[in-house]
Design a protein. Structure first.
Length: 98
């Protein structure tokens, strides 16, 4: 196989991945949201919005668009030593202060 055909094949594979990702955007976004909700369902922050159901429709219906000021009290709780599960199922290992 020549270098040109090898590069062309690699480019073709990358284009296929890109096409798959962009042609199925809605499903991919739904899957990512479902994964985030499943992972973080037991956080203090999300539990106040969900009453037993952690699906996309419940999220859209119950969780408002917020600003930093809205979530700042939860962040401060973690900064002050509470477990990360206040706002994240994954451990928070640091904060960037500006």
């Amino acid at each position: 196989m020549s270098l040109t055909s090898d590069l062309s094949e690699k480019s073709s594979d990358k284009m296929k991945v890109l096409e798959d990702l962009t042609s199925n955007v809605t499903q991919i976004q739904d899957n990512v949201l479902e994964e985030i909700l499943t992972l973080n369902a037991n956080t203090n922050y999300l539990q106040k919005f969900f009453l037993g159901s952690f699906d996309k429709e419940s999220f859209k219906k119950n969780v408002p668009v917020v600003t930093y000021e809205d979530v700042k009290p939860y962040i401060e709780r973690v900064v002050n030593g509470e477990p990360s599960n206040v706002i994240s199922a994954r451990p928070i290992t640091g904060f960037v202060l500006r």
